[in-house]
Design a protein around this ligand. Structure first.
Ligand code: ADP
Length: 602
């Protein structure tokens, strides 16, 4: 590329996108596309993939066709591009005939630089014929992992994209995805028939995400509230397993004064849209959702993601937490798990026919469970899962921050628990075992004469809750298993513990009960610093503008831009243009209103 092109690249970057420089790997991807070579880029969510094809689309002659799996996602992207003064459009089933006609008119008159389409649309012969007559610069395949049956979001229409290379052998393809195991990556390369592709793989490490995974106490509500109190004005997603759970949890949070709404596939389209739009437009703070929510969601200021149960795979989990902090600002994720979750998921898998698919599901679940229970660096474990080697994060996860915890020896307690199970002939579940152990006198115990057993009441110095936590832990470390009727069974490892041949060590924090950890909702008024107050005022202006224009607030400016504005308080146009995310186009649309405010803050 000539030096003029090089200059132009930077000029356009600032002019249209407001950025002063490229992030890691962006320039390499852009140069690959500009040199007409096929590309597969694997970069975590928030890494800045869109720019990698949007900028070359502007620099190259002709039109760029972007294939994307979700209408909502396309819609947001196109709106954001148009807001930045770029000629982009989408063709979808959402448009009526006259709207579609208008887009075809623009297409024939070479008025567009980017056209977004769904894979279904692309695969139709009429559409293929239309674009056959155009000058196409390159094809973009977004969320490319959808072509792989090994991925977690396989789409049949994506697999058919393999024919693109047959129909357009000379047009380069650039494929992008956030999550790819080696298997998925090689599926993408073969299914799309990429020719001599350049492979760019970014590190999986998201250094602005703080990851915590901790044992859930009861239904986890108290832990959740303590977490949310640290994020009082922040936007976030809470994932939960069932539709019903999303509703009860959202109601619970509303009663506690949070702005929360449920979201699941069983709601009407209108309800779903209202919640989706409210969340995008910052009028709903929290969405409590099943995994039906969030794919491709393009909201850059999600500050937290919570999982109330163990997800089914690390891939899915990583994708979901990846929705937090796309703007690069500090964000937090919390996973609450219990032994119960993996049993429940295993039981769901039990229904599947035996075979490789079922084995794959169970294997992924086991990896997820190991991740939750592990005490090693969370980021490192995730990276290893995706075939990446990184140093420990040092300070971005609970494991790395935990002081070297002295483990407590609970072998004796474990032996009491296990011998009670043994004396009960391994025929009862957790509650009954605990009742006998703590010396309860209920009808059933008296009837079975279990109050006459030597183990009756030997555990009465500890609370029932503590015994339940010990029971869960013994299941976790595989000293116990469960039968078909939830009865507790001793495993070979449990027998070794009973015989005194094996110690049981635990992080003592795992045995702290909810009561001692409970924290009331903070009622103190928090003193905002001047900078925070300025940020809030700028946010209000952003919300007003977004409402007036009918676009999402982050399309006006990102949180990062507003934070920098609140910090530097520009006094004139020049200083305003120096702010991250402020290009000429954005300045001419919205800049002055913000400048008036920052001037007034002086
Ligand atoms: P991805 O598609 O990889 O998830 P996006 O393309 O949505 O990521 O980009 C995430 C965020 O990063 C956006 O808010 C975008 O404005 C910002 N961003 C992208 N490239 C740059 C850059 N070169 N400099 C600063 N911010 C950038």
């Amino acid at each position: 590329m000539s030096s003029i092109d090089h200059q132009l690249k930077y000029q356009q970057l600032k002019h249209y996108f407001g950025h002063d420089g490229f992030r890691a790997l962006q320039e390499e991807a852009i140069d690959t596309i500009l040199s007409q070579r096929d590309l597969l880029m694997i970069l975590p969510t928030g890494g800045g993939k869109s720019l990698c094809y949007q900028l070359p689309a502007l620099l190259l002659e002709g039109i760029t066709i972007v294939i994307s799996p979700l209408l909502a996602l396309m819609h947001d992207q196109v709106q954001a591009l148009q807001t930045a003064g770029i000629k982009a459009a989408m063709l979808s089933s959402m448009q009526n005939e006259s709207e579609a006609k208008e887009i075809y008119r623009q297409l024939y008159n070479d008025e567009l630089k980017l056209l977004y389409v769904s894979p279904e649309r692309l695969n139709t012969s009429s559409f293929l014929q239309t674009i056959n007559e155009m000058q196409i610069s390159f094809f973009v395949i977004d969320e490319a992992h959808c072509v792989s049956e090994w991925g977690h979001e396989f789409r049949d229409d994506y697999r058919r994209l393999g024919t693109l290379k047959e129909n357009f052998p000379n047009i380069p393809i650039a494929a992008f995805t956030a999550t790819a195991t080696q298997k998925v990556a090689s599926d993408i390369l073969t299914n799309l028939r990429l020719h001599n592709p350049h492979l760019i793989k970014g590190t999986i490490f998201r250094d602005n995400l703080f990851i915590t995974a901790t044992a859930r106490q009861k239904n986890g509500h108290n832990q959740l509230i303590a977490f949310l109190n640290k994020h009082s004005n922040d936007a976030g997603i809470i994932y939960t397993l069932s539709r019903k759970n999303t509703e009860t949890l959202a109601t619970f949070l509303q009663e506690k004064g949070f702005s929360a709404k449920p979201y699941h596939a069983g709601l009407s389209t209108q309800e779903k849209n209202t919640t989706f739009q409210g969340f995008i437009h910052d009028t709903i703070q929290i969405v409590v959702a099943t995994i039906a929510f969030g794919m491709g969601i393009d909201k850059s200021n999600i500050r937290f993601v919570v999982h109330m149960q163990l997800p089914k795979s690390i891939e899915g989990y990583y994708q979901e937490i990846g929705r937090a902090g796309r703007d690069g600002l500090e964000s937090e994720t919390l996973l609450l798990y219990s032994a119960q979750d993996s049993f429940q998921r295993e039981r769901m898998a039990d229904e599947m026919p035996e075979g490789p698919y079922k084995n794959n599901v169970l294997h992924k679940l086991k990896q997820m469970r190991d991740f939750a229970y592990a005490q090693s660096c969370r980021h490192q474990t995730i990276a290893a899962y995706f075939g990446d080697t990184i140093d420990t994060c040092q300070k971005k996860c609970d494991s790395c921050l935990a002081p070297e915890i002295e483990k407590e020896d609970i072998t004796e307690l474990a032996q009491k628990y296990l011998s009670t199970i043994y004396r009960l002939n391994q025929r009862f579940g957790k509650s009954y075992v605990t009742d006998v152990l703590t010396g309860q006198k209920n009808e059933k115990i008296v009837k079975f004469e279990h109050d006459k057993l030597s183990v009756y009441g030997i555990g009465k110095d500890e609370t029932k809750t503590k015994w339940h936590l010990i029971s869960d832990y013994l299941l976790e470390i595989n000293a116990l298993s469960r039968g078909d009727y939830k009865e507790l069974l001793l495993t070979p490892s449990g027998i070794e513990i009973l015989k005194g041949n094996q110690l049981v060590m635990i992080n003592p924090q795992r045995l702290i009960t909810t009561k001692s950890a409970r924290k009331s909702k903070q009622t103190d008024t928090i003193e905002l610093s001047f900078e925070d107050q300025h940020f809030e005022t700028l946010r209000e202006l952003r919300r007003d503008i977004a409402l007036e224009k009918g676009i999402a607030p982050y399309m006006v400016f990102s949180d990062k831009t507003l934070k920098e504005m609140a910090h530097t308080l520009p006094t004139n146009k020049e200083e305003m243009l120096a702010v991250h995310g402020m290009g000429e186009v954005k300045y001419s649309r919205f800049g002055e209103a913000f400048l008036k405010l920052t001037q007034s803050f002086q």
